[in-house]
Write a protein that binds this ligand. Structure first.
Ligand code: FEO
Ligand code: CA
Ligand code: CA
Length: 664
């Protein structure tokens, strides 16, 4: 091994900023006097609230030059509950009339020999590969008949991500490190197996209680599961490794944050802060590593263990030939991964046409037969970008599949000061892209190289640097796309779409595609809300947030079928410990009226992230990640969900209404 490994951090894995590109914040060229915060509400004067319910896109309001007009407003509240107060209780708090029940916590056996969860964390690596992974994140409920377009609500597959691990809690006494090296092979293998995705077949009984069914569909996908590479970067010289000299496959998916699901009934898991898993001892790093922040030691020191399954985390030049070492292994991460949850023998696919970056999630625009599919993804790092993909081929119900994600155009967003926006193609065959490359003095040999270096390609075309793009969601009423920008402590200068510097509290931006053409290249945008305390926030109607809805660091985002926006927060550090916001929380906001209320507060030190529901909307699934985030092997800062003295565990919670009716 050639790397120095004195610095294994076992941290939570948010990456250091790595956008040192010189492309300006586009609005930096606009004089300060002309800067304007384009915000839903205040800056718009009168928002246009029009009338009765809208049956779909056809009657959505046209965007105006000042911002997006809002949709019709019904006087009866669509949030029929009393908001939950800010709290630091080590519990799940939901409104009166609702209940929250813990489900499939880390360690729940789901497959193989169904190894019993051991409270002292003494389960082996092999056990962990048959149990629910650690640190639940993005999630989707697939009705059992989803592939036929069905909406069965009492039986389905719950598929969820496991973003990262807390090594102090994963092992009985924390991780073993000797002289800066990992020495226990089973420990490291267990860490790799605690990552990835769980597929769990579940059923709702007559009393409304959910249980795990012990079927062959249950599956763990881990940081070691073989995966196929598809799209323009398949077989590229920069994808060739000792494991796959042809550059067509790799092992595992890591740091799976938010998610997506396709119109054809498959799950998408998104590789976010993967760069920190790799080590390099090289000093002169290629752009496909340096622009992503691969540097020094691996976060968990996996590369310090002998054996091919671990040496692949060392991206140093060791051999003379890239097919004889793992210098290119990091290039096989940073992708969107498609999993067919209904076929437990299927090989997951990394779709390179969707770009390589710190993918938070992927959200589809509404699909229409005979039209391309369109989806959106944010790159969650300070001053990174928001992307859109438009398939080359058209969507055909019951016939289309993942191949739609292998041929298409990747665009990156530029948010203009006047509330308009442009989608800029990252297409090697596009003359405008070639001109931008020439002007910047940057060369790409082919589209595969563009995609492997997606961030650099986006720098070249002058994309707008954003305040950490997280989840996206599409309003089923209007077709407007909402994205969270969680915060950006590193922002020095404001621009119209990122109006606070530094941005400690985050905001939610939204846009509407021009002419309602999701595949087009023009859009209009405004800011839906500025998160923060009462004296530094702006809600959807232009008023400050109040005690019923103050929030910070919005992250998870989801629209229910009736057009309510659910917002989940990911505060950390002092904001979580001493801010006015209490523990991380989930709120509901009605874009028709601007009404926004806190619905759920998580336990101490936890992030609330991941949300899905049954089609009948009688069961809501929400994930609670890293309760007791600062815990050590001997000192638990939360004991949720198992209670006093017991090791905290990430888990799903099932939220229902006590009268058994629809949640809202
Ligand atoms: Fe994994 Fe961007 O949160
Ligand atoms: Ca997130
Ligand atoms: Ca986050």
């Amino acid at each position: 091994m050639t790397t120095e490994n004195n610095d294994i951090l076992f941290g939570n894995g948010d990456e250091l900023p790595s956008n040192h590109s010189t492309n300006p914040h586009i609005q930096d060229v606009i004089s300060a006097g002309r800067r304007k915060v384009v915000v839903g509400g205040a800056a718009l004067g009168a928002m246009a609230f029009l009338g009765a319910a809208i049956p779909g896109l056809a009657r959505a309001a046209e965007p105006s030059a000042q911002g997006l007009k809002d949709l019709p407003f019904r006087r009866r509240t669509r949030l029929p509950f009393s908001p939950v107060a800010v709290t630091r209780a080590d519990a799940i708090t939901v409104p009166a009339g609702y209940s929250a029940t813990t489900f499939i916590p880390w360690g729940t056996p789901i497959t193989g020999s169904y190894p019993t969860w051991m409270e002292d964390a003494s389960n082996s690596a092999e056990d962990q590969a048959q149990q629910v992974g650690m640190h639940h994140d993005g999630m989707h409920f697939f009705p059992m008949n989803a592939k036929l377009g069905g909406r069965q609500s009492d039986h389905g597959l719950l598929v969820l991500n496991h973003e990262y691990i807390q090594a102090p809690l994963l092992h009985p006494n924390g991780p073993t490190v000797v002289d800066g090296k990992r020495v226990d092979v089973d420990e490291v293998r267990k860490e790799i197996n605690a990552h990835g995705v769980s597929v769990v077949e579940i059923r709702r009984g007559p009393s409304g209680d959910w249980s795990v069914l012990p079927t062959a569909r249950n599956r763990r996908i881990t940081g070691a599961t073989p995966m196929r590479i598809e799209g323009p970067a398949r077989g590229h010289a920069l994808m060739r490794t000792r494991y796959s000299p042809s550059g067509t496959s790799t092992r595992g998916t890591l740091n799976n944050c938010a998610n997506g699901h396709t119109p054809w009934g498959t799950y998408l898991t998104c590789e976010e802060n993967w760069a920190g898993y790799f080590a390099t001892a090289d000093s002169d790093l290629p752009r496909e590593l340096s622009r992503y922040g691969v540097r020094g030691s691996g976060r968990y020191g996996w590369e310090t263990v002998a054996g091919d399954e671990f040496e692949r985390f060392n991206a140093s030049h060791i051999a003379t030939d890239p097919q004889a070492d793992y210098r290119n292994e990091p290039n096989t991460f940073g992708w969107i991964v498609e999993i067919d949850p209904f076929d437990p023998n299927s090989t997951p696919v990394k779709h390179t046409a969707l770009g390589r970056f710190a993918h938070e999630g992927l959200v589809f625009a509404p699909v229409r037969p005979g039209r391309p599919v369109v989806c959106y993804s944010g790159d969650d790092s300070q001053n990174e970008y928001i992307y859109k993909y438009v398939s080359r081929d058209r969507y055909r119900p019951q016939r289309s599949d993942g191949r739609l994600l292998d041929e298409g155009t990747l665009y990156v967003a530029r948010f203009n000061t006047d509330g308009s926006g442009d989608w800029l193609a990252l297409d090697h065959a596009d003359p405008a892209f070639q001109r931008a490359c020439e002007a910047a003095g940057v060369q790409f040999a082919d589209q595969g190289e563009v995609l492997i270096n997606t961030r650099l390609a986006a720098d070249v075309v002058g994309a707008t640097k954003m305040d950490r793009p997280e989840w996206g969601a599409v309003n089923p009423d209007s077709g407007e796309v909402y994205f969270t920008l969680t915060n950006n402590s590193g922002r020095k200068e404001t621009d119209a779409s990122n109006p606070r510097a530094p941005n400690a509290f985050g905001h939610i931006i939204r846009w509407r595609e021009a002419s309602r053409d999701f595949a087009g290249t023009r859009f209009n945008w405004d800011i839906y809300l500025l998160a923060g305390p009462q004296d530094n926030s702006r809600g959807p109607k232009g008023r400050a947030l109040d005690e019923s809805n103050i929030m910070a660091s919005p992250d998870g985002l989801w629209f229910d079928d009736e057009g309510r926006l659910w917002i989940q927060t990911d505060m950390s550090g002092s904001q979580l410990r001493s801010g006015p916001f209490g523990n991380n929380q989930m709120l509901v906001s009605d874009p028709r009226t601007g009404e926004t209320k806190r619905f759920l507060v998580g336990p101490q030190g936890a992030e609330v992230t991941g949300i899905t529901a049954t089609p009948d909307f009688r069961t809501l699934f929400v994930n609670i990640q890293h309760p007791g985030e600062d815990s050590t092997a001997t000192n638990y800062t939360s004991t949720w969900p198992d209670g006093p003295g017991r090791r905290p565990r990430s888990a799903t919670v099932i939220v229902t209404r006590d009268d058994g009716k629809r949640l809202m």
